[in-house]
Design a protein around this ligand. Structure first.
Ligand SMILES: Nc1ncnc2c1ncn2[C@@H]1O[C@H](COP(=O)(O)OP(=O)(O)O)[C@@H](O)[C@H]1O
Ligand SMILES: [Mg+2]
Length: 247
């Protein structure tokens, strides 16, 4: 069963006199409970695809279906709630003048109503941090702690899908591994699906069963991660795989 589907998604940006076709007809499906990898070199359109899915931008054409229902260009709060995006730069995704708890509360109230409350202890516990850190400001946390709090903020609204955009790319190797484990546990325990974007196939391999590979705004390959790594069909994927195996 597919929780999310995209059909023929295109995105054309106009910048001064230049047009950029960032997405050129992308079809995808996300299965219920799955963590789907999305790989591709910088500029291939990964972030653009996530922004269209999250409703942060409107595709130039194409349709996105959540549980088989087409999403309009004006999303309802419920539809925004269902899909939560987590960004690479977690510290910058929080308001520097507010405590983490206040930022999370604000996000929850905007989607679930003014009276909605958060359970700070439960959220801190979910992401493996002491509850006291909820009262800190973003600058008082490490990059890894901040990324955990960004995951807590996303999970606070009980989304169905997490959209993760290079969420470990700014972290050192050991924090990276911890965040990957945390994300895998959370998705499994809460039955949340996810699209996990990374330029790094090695990271995707740790976390995902299935991967899609993008190049120049189009999907060039899709399949089981092990199959794609061991017998890539496209020359482009071979290059991505080689860059992984060198490390
Ligand atoms: N707001 C924008 N205006 C103009 N061009 C953009 C905009 N956002 C992205 N692009 C362009 O779209 C292409 C895909 O970008 P992006 O989705 O960020 O790639 P990736 O996340 O795979 O690195 C790039 O050529 C980028 O320069
Ligand atoms: Mg990107």
């Amino acid at each position: 069963m597919n929780v999310l589907e995209g059909k023929g998604i295109t995105k054309r940006y106009h910048q001064q006199n230049i047009t950029v076709d960032a997405l050129r007809g992308v079809d995808f499906r996300l299965e219920d409970g799955e963590i789907l990898g999305l790989a591709g070199e910088s500029g291939s359109g990964k972030s653009t695809l996530l922004k269209q899915i999250a409703g942060l931008e409107t595709p130039t054409s194409g349709t996105i279906l959540l549980h088989g229902k087409e999403l309009g260009c004006r999303r309802t709060k419920e539809e925004f709630r269902a899909m939560q995006m987590i960004f690479q730069n977690a510290p910058a995704s929080f308001n520097p003048r507010r405590t983490i708890a206040d930022s999370i509360s604000e996000s929850v109230r905007s989607l679930r109503g003014r009276d909605a409350k958060i359970d700070e202890a439960a959220l801190a516990d979910l992401v493996g941090l002491p509850e006291e850190l909820m009262q800190r400001y973003p600058r008082q946390l490490s990059g890894g702690q901040c990324q955990r709090m960004a995951i807590a903020r996303a999970m606070a609204v009980h989304p169905e899908i997490l959209l993760c955009d290079e969420i470990t790319s700014a972290l050192d190797v050991s924090s990276q591994a911890q965040i990957l484990r945390l994300l895998a546990d959370i998705c499994r325990d809460s039955h949340t699906s996810a699209i996990f974007v990374s330029h790094d196939l090695a990271v995707i391999r740790c976390l995902c069963d299935r991967v899609m590979v993008m190049k120049d705004g189009a999907l060039v390959e899709e399949g089981k991660v092990e199959q794609v790594i061991h017998s890539p069909r496209e020359e482009y994927t071979k290059k991505l795989v080689d860059s992984v195996l060198q490390i």
